[in-house]
Design a protein around this ligand. Structure first.
Ligand SMILES: C[S@@+](CC[C@H](N)C(=O)[O-])C[C@H]1O[C@@H](n2cnc3c(N)ncnc32)[C@H](O)[C@@H]1O
Length: 350
């Protein structure tokens, strides 16, 4: 045995112990307004000052601050005083920034709560539906993805699609399928006021949250949300059907593709946004691929296995495998329209 290699594993594991526990501490800091209170203070605070302002118990806050400083998420100034640097404040409090990591932590921690049930499903092969997870997964996913949609959707992903931006400006009919809390639907509606949008998701609580968000954003006159699956959502003549980070979660993605095709105009577009992945498994052994494969094991693969067919594409399906699904659904044209380090933006045409 190579002792150095063994120590490399142990050292990495120590870092991972810290990561695992830090996830819980970040969620506590978010729920209890500790980050926001530090950011607003604009000067280093003692644990007593932070505890008073955030209405928490000082002894807990003191320990949390030390752990956060050890993580590099809070800055220590000596003499028991802590602050957030501008960068730390952005990452932990600015939910309009693509660098905001709060929602990611909320969603990841929520996914780990299903480890007991997944111990059984690993043995039986049964699925675990999206709706069966802790509710923080739904809210955390929205908070995790929304900044990326704000940064990319209207400015680069839509323009990368053939002719879609013009149609949206003139007034198009759009369906956002698997819309979750409707972040993408609402952002599109705000950017393209001449178009009408309907979001569909099989998860009733998400649809209710989406309706509330649309009303708060002042776009409810042009945006509606309905409970429906990707294979039975109503309507036809859509100019654009969008699937944001959900095709791989579905049990029957080919069935969904067939239904999308039947719901589009002959000149319509299916936009599929999926987690970034290479086609060869070994090419995804990166820090981002590690997160996606892990989330896929806990969330996406069991979600698909819980539905009819159970295709279980996984969150790292890759363009080639997704192209097979699209083609099997009857689409004749398929290409990668855009990408970021985290997303593939795929375009399918009839
Ligand atoms: C990872 S979330 C993405 C949510 C949203 N599109 C976003 O980007 O924030 C996957 C979503 O797909 C939905 N979903 C899964 N299977 C579905 C199906 N067969 N039909 C409709 N929605 C489905 C889930 O309820 C969930 O809201």
């Amino acid at each position: 045995m190579d002792e150095n290699k063994l120590m490399d594993i142990v050292n990495q594991a120590v870092g991972d112990f810290g990561s695992l526990l830090t996830g819980a501490l970040v969620v506590l800091g978010d729920r209890l307004d500790l980050y926001r209170t530090l950011a607003i203070a604009g000067r280093p605070l003692t644990s007593a000052e932070l505890a008073t302002q955030a209405e928490c118990a000082e002894r807990y806050v003191r320990e949390w601050l030390a752990a956060q400083a050890a993580s590099g998420y809070v800055t220590y100034h000596g003499e028991g005083r802590y602050s957030l640097s501008e960068e730390q404040a952005t990452a932990f409090t600015d939910e309009t920034s693509p660098a905001c990591v709060i929602g990611g932590f909320q969603a990841m921690l929520a996914a780990t709560r299903s480890v007991d049930r997944l111990t059984d499903t690993f043995r039986t092969g049964e699925g675990l539906g999206w709706h069966e997870h802790h509710h923080d997964l739904f809210n955390g996913t929205e908070r995790f993805f929304r900044p990326g949609y704000i940064a990319n959707l209207a400015s680069s992903w839509i323009p990368a699609l053939d002719g879609v931006e013009d149609k949206l400006r003139r007034g198009a009919k759009v369906a956002d399928v698997g819309c979750g809390h409707g972040a993408s639907t609402i952002i599109l509606a705000q950017q393209f006021p001449a178009s009408t949008f309907v979001g569909f998701d099989y998860h009733q609580p998400s649809i209710e949250a989406a309706r509330k968000a649309a009303a708060e954003a002042g776009v409810a006159d042009r945006v509606s949300f309905e409970v429906a699956t990707a294979k039975n959502y109503p309507g036809s003549g859509y100019d654009l059907v969008a699937f944001f980070d959900c095709l791989h979660d579905m049990g029957d993605p080919t069935g969904a593709a067939t239904h999308v095709l039947s719901s589009l105009t002959p000149d319509g577009t299916w936009m599929i946004v999926e987690p970034y992945a290479n086609d060869d498994v070994a090419d995804n052994f990166t820090p981002v691929g590690r997160v996606f494969y892990s989330a896929s094991t806990l969330i996406c693969t069991p979600a698909s296995l819980s539905q009819e067919v159970g295709a279980a594409l996984g969150a790292q399906a890759g363009e080639a495998r997704l192209g097979e699904v699209v083609t099997a659904g009857g689409f004749t044209r398929f290409r990668r329209a855009a990408e970021t380090p985290f997303n593939l933006v795929l375009e399918a045409r009839p």
